[in-house]
Design a protein around this ligand. Structure first.
Ligand SMILES: *Cc1c(COP(=O)(O)O)cnc(C)c1O
Length: 390
């Protein structure tokens, strides 16, 4: 059939009928395949789609989402990796895939706050019990396992308070108790810490942070040490209908090309800021794993190959909550906002959970971005000057 037998409206919908195939074109960027509908050669192939067709429907993946899964899988050293629409959904997907009614899960007290909320607010509806454990007390942890404990979460360093726990020792305990270990590995970007090599079963990323790297999208991943677990996660992801934008995957694939460089430079600049903050008279304590007084510093030296761009500091006891708020509000280059790992420096007033009362003073969590370091130091100095004058 010749081209002119088709109406332009039809050809706009069927580029293949217009002869628009990219044969012979070769480039390096991963193509963005956008899809709800995936088409089949014939009815027989459609009927047998789960077995015979490589692609079924947009929800279950496209060549673009698969390309990113392969890259994250390589990065984490995993057997299988499954994307999720956000870092948080990667965490909740892991809970859903590994736990059944009657099971018990252990969650660290320094966990990312929305993960804690899922454990306390949603898991009871599903008949799953959760307990919170002190990640620095392995004897107490040993006693916290129950016969029905199927999963233990680890976050290292901890959200907000940044202590480092002994992941290999926790993995050994979990193995004895027959529980899987899932690590929220976002801080390390999967590069500074290798949880699957240290005995964990699952490594979860908020790709939102260093992989995307520019503060402009949310995405997550679940990487599994063995393919059977990977299949369990993928089946739950598909059952829940968690689908991923191919456009966003393109941006994450692009971000991953420069991730190591950004991470290395951000780590260096961040440590310089952390050390400078530690010298300020209005600062009582800097919570950064590469500083010797951070709990778990020696474990960090043993297990990690570097440090990331996010950490916290506590003001001296003389600085009130209101003064700490004003200090943050005074900043001009640092912006107030959640998330981290992008190009923009951020400062946020935060606190730890009631059952993790490790703070003595008012806390600020800082993310260092890629602005010129001189401007960051000037911004911080100006805020301390203003604090002294009030
Ligand atoms: C940001 C973050 C998440 C959640 O990622 P989103 O993509 O924002 O949902 C999970 N865990 C940690 C440690 C994080 O910092």
């Amino acid at each position: 059939m010749s081209l002119r037998n088709y109406h332009p409206d039809t050809l706009a919908i069927h580029p293949e009928l217009a002869g628009q195939v990219a044969e012979g074109f070769r480039n390096l960027a991963t193509p963005v395949y956008r899809a709800s509908t995936v088409v089949f050669d014939n009815s027989a192939q459609f009927k047998d789609r789960k077995r015979a067709a490589p692609w079924v429907y947009g929800t279950y993946g496209t060549p673009t989402t698969r390309a990113l899964e392969v890259q994250v899988n390589i990065s984490e050293g995993a057997a299988d990796t499954c994307l999720a629409p956000s870092g948080l959904s990667a965490l909740t997907l892991t809970y859903m895939a590994l736990l059944r009614a009657g099971d018990h899960v252990l969650v660290p007290r320094n966990v990312y706050w929305p993960s804690r909320s899922f454990a306390t607010d949603v898991l009871p509806q599903l008949g799953v019990a959760a307990d919170f454990y002190d990640p620095l007390d392995l004897d107490a942890l040993d006693r916290a396992f129950r016969p029905n404990t199927r999963l233990i979460w680890v976050e290292t360093p901890g959200s907000v308070s940044f202590e480092v726990c002994d992941l290999p020792a926790i993995c050994a305990l979990a193995r004895r108790h027959g529980a899987h270990v899932a690590v929220d590995n976002t801080w390390s970007a999967g590069r500074l810490l290798r949880p699957l090599e240290l005995g964990a079963d699952l490594s979860i990323q908020a790709l939102t942070k260093y992989h995307a790297g520019h503060g402009d999208l949310v995405m997550g991943s679940v990487s599994c040490r063995d393919a059977v677990l990977g299949e369990r996660v993928r089946r739950m992801r598909n059952a829940l209908g968690l689908s991923i934008s191919s456009d966003d995957c393109f941006l994450v694939l692009r971000g991953m090309q420069t991730m190591s460089l950004r991470l290395e430079e951000l780590g260096r600049r961040t440590l310089a800021v952390a050390r400078w903050l530690a010298e300020q008279p209005q600062v009582a304590r800097v919570l950064h794993p590469a500083l010797p007084d951070c709990p778990g510093h020696s474990i960090w030296k043993r297990d990690f190959s570097g440090s990331a761009s996010v950490f916290s500091f506590e003001f001296a006891p003389s600085v009130s909550s209101e003064a700490a708020d004003r200090w943050v509000d005074q900043l001009r280059v640092f912006r107030i906002g959640a998330s981290w790992g992008g190009t923009c420096s951020l400062a946020l007033r935060m606190s730890t959970a009631a059952d993790w009362p490790v703070l003595r003073g008012e806390l600020v969590r800082v993310n260092i971005g890629l602005e010129h370091p001189d401007d960051l130091f000037t911004d911080l100095s100006d805020a301390f000057d203003a604090l002294r004058k009030t």
